[in-house]
Design a protein around this ligand. Structure first.
Ligand code: ZN
Length: 296
């Protein structure tokens, strides 16, 4: 089962959140019929977004991550609730690219490097807070590392990975964010850096292991204390009402067109495989309400 585990070193200077997200990444792959390189890209983004979202812990709060890199995969959007349950979509999830010369999926090329990583934190009450950085490599983990350095100004290492099997299903997925708190001694920074290097690719550990194995590796010698363990899943919050709200905003010409054709309008949620049907009559009424609303 997918989960996020948070831990802190015995001296309190090093905190880590690790996620094992094979199930939710496989669910995203199914929904979007994602190619291996697309599954790798969205899986990495969802792992990081889930960690960011679960850190908020406030009912109704959410974190949205947008990555526009100009690559053939198109823009990626991932949204996490305050418990780390996440959903995502991408512009062109069926994109196929040749492997890199080292045999790895070419996530950087699929995503592109000409653009931004944007993080929107919404606590559900106040104006959402938006931060962003220019993309470094499009490989996602490096881009999030840059985000933490720039926007949160804490030394942070981010590792993310997705292992796609020969049958194109997701075999392992997840990652971690490890941060040094202010005042951390220099030798501790070196120790964490060494642990990160020795841990290597997260999928080596997650293929057969879990989030706790990532923590034990990255926090080796630091006597980590587990603070929380929570299960996470792919979760969409779409509803007929929300879709109706979006349909209520379409133009008068489009409404006329729908009425003329007289066919049921089928709307598929962009984050999941839910389909909502609206009759021409319903669409007309939705837009009448909006027109009336605007007149008042
Ligand atoms: Zn949905």
């Amino acid at each position: 089962m997918d989960n996020i585990i948070r831990a802190i070193s015995a001296d309190g200077f090093v905190s880590i959140a690790a996620v094992s997200s094979r199930g939710l990444t496989e669910r995203a792959r199914e929904i979007h019929n994602a190619s291996p390189v697309a599954a790798a890209a969205i899986g990495r983004v969802m792992a990081a977004t889930s960690i960011l979202g679960s850190a908020i812990k406030k009912d109704g709060a959410s974190v949205t991550v947008r990555i526009h890199g100009g690559g053939p995969l198109g823009s990626i959007i991932a949204v996490s609730d305050c418990d780390g349950n996440v959903r995502c979509c991408a512009g062109n999830p069926e994109v196929e690219l040749p492997l890199r010369t080292d045999g790895k999926l070419d996530v950087g090329r699929a995503v592109g490097t000409n653009g931004m990583l944007t993080v929107i934190r919404d606590d559900g009450e106040n104006e959402p807070y938006t931060g962003g950085v220019a993309l470094v490599s499009g490989e996602i983990a490096e881009d999030f590392t840059s985000y933490f350095h720039t926007s949160e100004q804490v030394p942070t290492a981010v590792a993310l990975g997705v292992l796609v099997d020969r049958d194109r299903t997701v075999r392992a997925a997840g990652g971690y964010v490890v941060s040094l708190l202010p005042g951390a001694p220099e030798n501790l920074i070196d120790a964490v850096e060494q642990n990160v290097a020795e841990t290597g690719a997260v999928t080596n550990i997650l293929d057969g292991g879990g989030a706790e194995d990532l923590i034990n590796s990255v926090m080796r010698g630091l006597e980590p204390r587990i603070l929380s363990t929570e299960s996470v899943e792919y979760r969409c919050y779409c509803s007929r009402e929300r879709v109706a709200g979006a349909l209520a905003g379409i133009g008068r010409e489009e409404v006329d067109d729908i009425l003329k054709k007289g066919e049921t309008v089928e709307v598929t949620c962009r984050f999941c495989d839910e389909i909502y049907n609206f009759s021409p009559e319903e669409i007309k009424n939705l837009n009448l309400e909006v027109d009336n609303g605007q007149m008042v």
